[in-house]
Ligand binder design. Structure first.
Ligand code: UDP
Ligand code: MG
Length: 316
């Protein structure tokens, strides 16, 4: 059986060599069991010397395949490229920053042998700030109400996929990719195990608060049209409130005679409604924006250098 390790790398020059050392040690352990391993590293347009390091690794180790993007296309694109280039019967997706302990690979493969198509590693939130932990909890509670696939807090991209699960994910060709959701969407028998989160050793996480927020919104919107449905209900609710309030004003006017206060009420109502309408338009706009990107049909990434034969032919 061939096991592929897929790792997206963005500015990981400090760790990539150690990462390869560690996974390659795991590979040694697998050899006696008759499992071969290959390593697919995707350089997501790094601005440091990650590509040089990958080339060196590929020279030393013929099982290393690297794909380097023409610019930074984002982790989702890097994952997709990695999956496309992986030939294994099982594919393990993990971060190159050693936050996903390579020692867990053994456990994943064992679970795979029990017949699961997806083995998900769920991290504890050790080392995360309090605010981030709370925000994540709230987010998952909210998003699971809104989307129709089950997303679990702490389950990220560290997972093993069987060949048929990989093929299923690759068949989803959408441009706006939210892998957490895509993996959940393809389904198949899945199992989860927990591991202690490792704090990043080198470099910095490339997630800023803003990118996290945007990622969260992507997850919310890229899965179904429930936000639109929510807009419908909100509109109906507002209409109902307006009806009740109007009735109340009319009755009050009939009972007490006509007065003309209500300046504050009017301003408040106008502003609130304008705000709500803008949000609704923005929600619609989000969907249209996605349609716009989908219909353009651009490639998910462009390759600048690789040692993968198939892709080499494509870029020449
Ligand atoms: N990554 C990538 N492209 C990007 C950002 C990150 O390929 O634009 C890779 C990065 O090299 C790492 C993984 O995705 O292997 C996770 O990134 P990071 O550690 O920054 O995120 P976190 O662990 O905080 O979720
Ligand atoms: Mg990380």
């Amino acid at each position: 059986m061939l096991i592929s390790i897929v790792a997206p790398c963005y500015n990981e020059e400090d760790v990539i060599e150690r990462f390869h050392d560690r996974v390659q040690q795991v590979a040694e352990e697998f050899l006696p069991l008759g499992h071969d391993m290959e390593f697919v590293y995707v350089d997501d347009g790094s601005r440091d010397r990650t590509l040089g390091a990958l080339k060196r690794l590929a020279e030393e180790d013929s099982r290393v395949r690297y794909v380097s993007f023409s610019r930074n296309f984002g982790k989702e694109a890097a994952l997709l490229a990695g999956l496309r280039h992986a030939a294994g019967d099982s594919v393990i997706v993990m971060d190159a920053d050693l936050q996903h302990p390579p020692e867990l690979i053994k456990r994943m493969v064992d679970l795979r042998d029990e017949g699961y198509d997806q083995v998900l590693a769920r991290r504890t939130r050790t080392g995360d700030g309090f605010a981030r932990t709370v925000a994540a909890r709230l987010y998952y509670r909210l998003i699971n109400r809104l989307v129709d696939v089950e997303l679990v807090d702490g389950v990220g991209d560290f997972r093993l996929l069987s060949r048929r699960a990989v093929d299923a994910v690759l068949a989803l060709t959408e441009y706006n990719r939210f892998s957490k959701g895509l993996f959940a969407w393809v389904g198949f028998p899945s199992t989860t195990f927990e591991y202690e989160n490792a704090v990043r050793e080198h470099g910095r996480s490339s997630w800023s608060l803003r990118s996290l927020l945007n990622y969260g919104l992507d997850g919310l919107i890229s899965f179904n049209n429930r936000p639109l449905r929510a807009a419908l209900y909100l509109g109906l609710g507002l209409l109902l409130c307006a009806g009740v309030y109007t009735a109340w004003i009319v009755v009050a006017a009939l009972v007490n005679g006509v007065e003309t206060p209500g300046y504050v009420t009017i301003i408040t109502a106008v502003n609130a409604l304008a705000g709500v309408q803008m949000i609704m338009i923005a929600v619609i706009g989000e969907y249209i924006g996605r349609i716009y990107y989908e219909v353009k049909g651009r490639p998910h990434f462009l390759v600048k250098a690789t040692n993968a034969e198939r892709t080499k032919d494509l870029i020449r």
